[in-house]
Design a binder for this molecule. Sequence first.
Ligand SMILES: Nc1ncnc2c1ncn2[C@@H]1O[C@H](COP(=O)(O)OP(=O)(O)OP(=O)(O)O)[C@@H](O)[C@H]1O
Length: 459
Amino acid sequence: MSQPMIALPATDPTPIVTRFAPSPTGLLHVGNVRTALVCWLAARASGGRFLLRLDDTDTERGSAEFAAAIEQDLLWLGLGWDGFSRQSDRTGRYQAALDRLKQSGRLYPCYETAEELELKRKSLLARGLPPLYDRAALALTDADRARLEAEGHRPHWRFRMADGPVEWQDKVRGRVHFEGRDISDPVLVREDGRALYHIGSVVDDAEMGITLVVRGEDHVANTAMHIQLAEALGAVPPSYAHTSLIADAEGHGLSKRLGSLSLRSLRGEGIEPMAVASLLAKLGTSDPIEPRLSLGQLAAEFDFAKFSRTTPRFDPAELQRLNSRILHETPYAAVRDRLAALGLGAVDEAAWAVLRPNLQRLDDAAGWWRVVTGPVGPVVADAALLEAAAAVLPPEPWGDATWGEWTAAVRDRTGIKGKPLFLTLRLALTGLDHGPELRGLLPLIGRERVAARLAGRAA
Ligand SMILES: Nc1ncnc2c1ncn2[C@@H]1O[C@H](COP(=O)(O)OP(=O)(O)OP(=O)(O)O)[C@@H](O)[C@H]1O
């Protein structure tokens, strides 16, 4: 008998709870931001929740300033969160989990020094073997441990991986398979008593009800271990999506600590948040990169099935092109307050429509607005032509049709048309040989200033 056809919904109907968990060790770079954006879009596309969790337990390298900068940068991009936490506030929860692992025998103390471990590693590699920890510490007796402690050795603690397969269906990479025995027992607690990132990550994901972990592929091997860790703590591991890592235009990796391609520097260069989002949401996917004006639209187009596993390169020139195209489409209501903050409160909707096709960044508007309000030192290329043009300058009010009517009258009077006419007028009215359409500029400049500039006076 043939199987009945089942119509599956196109998208995952279950609301996803996901999180972005950066360490505050530097400014977010475009790779981090792409991961955050993918998390956010996955949550929004499913009607779910996006949590921000600062992985701030490394007090040596992290700082409160970087933590604040991460929050500001995400908000600038529009990636608000539905829940916020700091791992430094939750160390008691991690300690409780570590105690449980000790009780169940999955966490065991080790006393090798870094030098001893390095020697073991080198010797394994020299014999062509994988550098797995040999679990020598599991053979220590209570008396051995007491002696080591009495000699002043402090233990670090390892999680005992179980043998057997660890598998998951990754939303980007498909089926991923590891063998537990191929993974070295990871250190979860250092000699100084500090818990490493893994325990916080797994405990928080479980206690915060995370259903999907989206992170860079630098974490794939960690995930096999995190799955076992979650299970050892009695939790159901979440689903996973490991996105490829973004490289710079030359193909080099990015690092927060090295200050690569930060979101902040792009913002300083006048890049619009939606230009960044439009590029990063589509980079490394099968969708074309096109300007998008809202995150909601990007969420509607979001699908993990579109992501490829190749390493995408971030091209600043492409971002710049997108930025211009986005500004050219941005409606007045979206920029009114920002124009006012630039001292351009007088730029109204009609003026914005004239200026925006010439913008590469928003603050270019100030330069073009000065062309309107003056003073502009006109360039007189043909005094006779300008005199004739002034003689047929129509009375106000001026509108969209004025430019066409006026230049037709100048042409009829002088017999000059085309480029010699238009370039001469442009140089006289703006002092420049390029810029916004004169049809739109003319009514903004107004008759008084136009007349003065035609007469060669700065106005
Ligand atoms: N180049 C990259 N492309 C995409 N995602 C990345 C890239 N680098 C890091 N990520 C992801 O960003 C998230 C935050 O990572 P993390 O805070 O460790 O950043 P990092 O840049 O690796 O920092 P650091 O340089 O301090 O190690 C993780 O999910 C990580 O996988």
